[in-house]
Design a protein around this ligand. Structure first.
Ligand SMILES: [Zn+2]
Length: 476
C-alpha cells in the first residue's frame, strides 16, 4: 500500500527533537549514540544538487528544470525537501532516468523508498490527477520493479513506498541486488516536482518475492487478527506447510497438505531433471488453496490492489502473479487437482528462471507439458490430431511464440512445442543457451534466437513440430 503522509505542520519541532536526541546522546555512553543515530538517519539517494545533466537523462518530449518552489518548507522530519528540486514536464511516456553511478543503494537491505513530491495550485488546476510510475531498474533497463503513483495534491507531500509491493516488469523478473538506476515515467501528460529521495533500512534482507507472511495477510486477512484464545480454540482454519519445493497455505479443511507437498516435490524433481541448467530457487514458491472460489477471486483483487495494478480476475480456476500461485478446493477433484500442479509449475518456473508468468508460450507450454505428464488427459491424442488437421485450428508458430499472451485454446500447441524442444536432441541440447538469451533479451519472443541458437527458421521449426506431433500423437 502506498503510505501517503501529509507533511506535518510542526516539522520544526520534529527536527528539533532529532537534534536534541543527538546532543543528548553525545554526552551519554557511546552505544546509545549509535542507537539513536541509526534510527534517526535514513540513507539519502538523491538531493538534486549540482548540474541536473550530470545526474539524469531526460526521456524524449521531457524537460527537467532545477526549481525552487515558493512554498518550500524550511525544515521537516529528516530527510526533507532541500529547497532545490527537479521539476519534470513531459508528455505521456516521458520522464527521466538517473545516470550510471548516481544512485548507490543496497536494495536488498531497503524497507521503503521515500521521496517528496510537489505540485503548484496552477498545475493541479490544469491536470487534477497525474499518474506516474517510479521504476527501479537493472543496468540494461530490460528488467525493473515499478510502482504506480497518483498525484492529486497541492503543495509538498511525503511518500513512503514499501519495496514489498513493487511490481515486476513483464519481460524479465528483476532482482533487487541488480537495481542500479531510478526512473520516473509519466503515464499522463503533466508536470510534477520531486525532491530528496531516500531509503529506509529493513530488518530482514529481501528478494524479489514477497514474504509468505505478508502474502498470508492479504490472502487470509481475518484469522491473523483473531485473539490468541480464538486461535487456540481451533477456530483459525489457516494451515501451512513448507518444504524445499513449495510453501502451501490453505483454509480448505479437506486438503491433504503432506500429499500435495509430496506431489509438488515430484513435479519439481521432474522439472530439474528435464531442465538441469535452471537456477536453484532461493525460496520455495507459494501455492495458496482457498476453500471457496469466491475467496480465491477476492484474493486476486486484494493482491492487485496492494500492488496498485489492474488485474482482470480470470475465469480460470488457477492464477499465478508475481510468483504467487492460487486456486481453490473442489471436492470432486480432491487434493491432486490438475490446476494445483499447473499453477505450482508457474510458481516454480518463476523461482528458477527469470521469466515472469504472463501467459506467454514458454510459461504456458512448460506448465501444460509437465501438468500432463503428472495428470494425463485421455483425449489429448485426439485433440492434437484435430488441432493439426486444419490451419484454422492452430496458430502459426511465429505468432504463438512472439512472447505475448496466448489463449487457452493454444495451450496444447505450446505444450507440444515445449515437449518437442525437451525431447528432440537437436533442440534439447541448446535449451540452456536459449534460456540465457531469452533472459538477456527480457522477452520470450523466440524469433531473434532461432538462427543463432539452432541454425533454424520458422518454417523448419514448424515442420519439425508437426512431424513430432504426427509421430507422438498418431492414431493407435
Ligand atoms: Zn498457466
Amino acid at each position: 500500500m502506498t503510505v501517503v503522509v501529509q507533511k506535518p505542520a510542526n516539522h520544526r519541532d520534529t527536527l528539533g527533537g532529532v537534534v536534541r536526541l543527538r546532543a543528548f546522546a553525545i554526552f551519554c555512553v557511546i552505544f546509545l549514540f549509535f542507537t539513536f543515530d541509526a534510527i534517526a538517519i535514513a540513507h539519502e539517494l538523491l538531493t538534486f544538487d549540482g548540474p541536473l545533466k550530470d545526474q539524469f537523462t531526460a526521456q524524449s518530449q521531457s524537460s527537467l528544470q532545477a526549481w525552487n518552489p515558493d512554498d518550500v518548507m524550511s525544515a521537516s522530519d529528516h530527510p526533507q525537501p532541500r529547497g532545490r528540486a527537479v521539476r519534470v514536464t513531459a508528455a505521456a511516456g516521458g520522464g527521466f532516468v538517473t545516470n550510471t553511478d548516481v544512485v548507490a543503494a543496497e536494495w536488498p537491505k531497503v524497507e521503503s523508498l521515500g521521496l517528496w513530491l510537489h505540485r503548484t495550485a496552477a498545475e493541479a488546476k490544469e491536470q487534477p490527477t497525474v499518474e506516474l510510475e517510479l521504476r527501479l531498474l537493472e543496468a540494461d533497463r530490460k528488467a525493473y520493479f515499478w510502482r504506480r503513483i497518483e498525484i492529486a495534491h497541492v503543495g509538498w507531500q511525503k511518500l513512503l513506498l514499501p519495496l514489498d509491493w513493487f511490481v515486476w516488469s513483464d519481460g524479465r523478473i528483476p532482482r533487487w541486488d541488480k537495481v542500479t538506476n531510478i526512473g520516473f515515467r509519466l503515464r499522463d501528460e503533466g508536470s510534477f516536482t520531486i525532491d530528496t529521495l531516500w531509503t529506509e533500512p529493513s530488518v530482514m534482507p529481501r528478494t524479489e518475492f514477497t514474504s509468505t507472511e505478508l502474502i498470508a495477510r492479504v490472502a487470509f486477512p481475518k484469522p491473523l487478527f483473531r485473539s490468541p484464545e480464538e486461535k487456540s480454540s481451533g477456530t483459525s482454519s489457516l494451515r501451512t506447510l513448507e518444504t524445499r519445493d513449495v510453501q502451501l497455505l490453505t483454509n480448505a479443511t479437506s486438503l491433504e497438505l503432506e500429499r500435495l507437498a509430496a506431489h509438488c516435490g515430484l513435479i519439481a524433481k521432474q522439472v530439474r531433471d528435464d531442465l538441469p541448467f535452471l537456477a536453484a530457487p532461493t525460496s520455495s514458491p507459494q501455492l495458496i488453496v482457498f476453500e471457496e472460489s469466491a475467496q480465491y477471486r477476492r484474493f486476486i483483487s486484494r493482491h492487485a490492489r496492494q500492488l496498485k495494478v489492474l488485474v482482470h480476475v480470470p475465469d480460470t480456476p488457477g492464477f499465478t502473479f508475481q510468483g504467487v500461485s492460487s486456486s481453490f478446493w473442489d471436492a470432486d477433484l480432491g487434493t491432486l487437482r490438475p490446476v494445483f500442479a499447473h499453477e505450482f509449475l508457474h510458481g516454480y518456473l518463476s523461482h528458477t528462471t527469470r521469466f515472469p508468468c504472463h501467459g506467454e508460450w514458454l510459461h504456458e507450454g512448460l506448465a501444460t507439458y509437465f501438468q500432463l505428464k503428472f495428470h494425463p488427459q485421455a483425449n489429448l491424442d485426439q485433440l492434437v490430431r484435430d488441432g493439426l488437421s486444419s490451419p484454422k485450428k492452430h496458430a502459426p508458430i511465429n505468432e504463438l511464440c512472439n512472447g505475448q499472451h496466448i489463449t487457452l485454446t493454444q495451450y496444447w500447441q505450446a505444450g507440444t512445442l515445449c515437449q518437442m524442444l525437451l525431447s528432440e536432441p537437436r533442440y534439447r541440447s541448446e535449451l540452456a543457451t536459449l534460456f540465457q538469451r531469452l533472459e538477456a533479451a527480457g522477452s520470450t519472443d523466440l524469433g531473434p534466437h532461432l538462427e543463432p541458437v539452432w541454425k533454424t527458421d520458422w518454417e523448419t521449426l514448424t515442420a519439425d513440430w508437426r512431424a513430432f506431433c504426427e509421430r507422438k500423437f498418431a492414431k493407435k
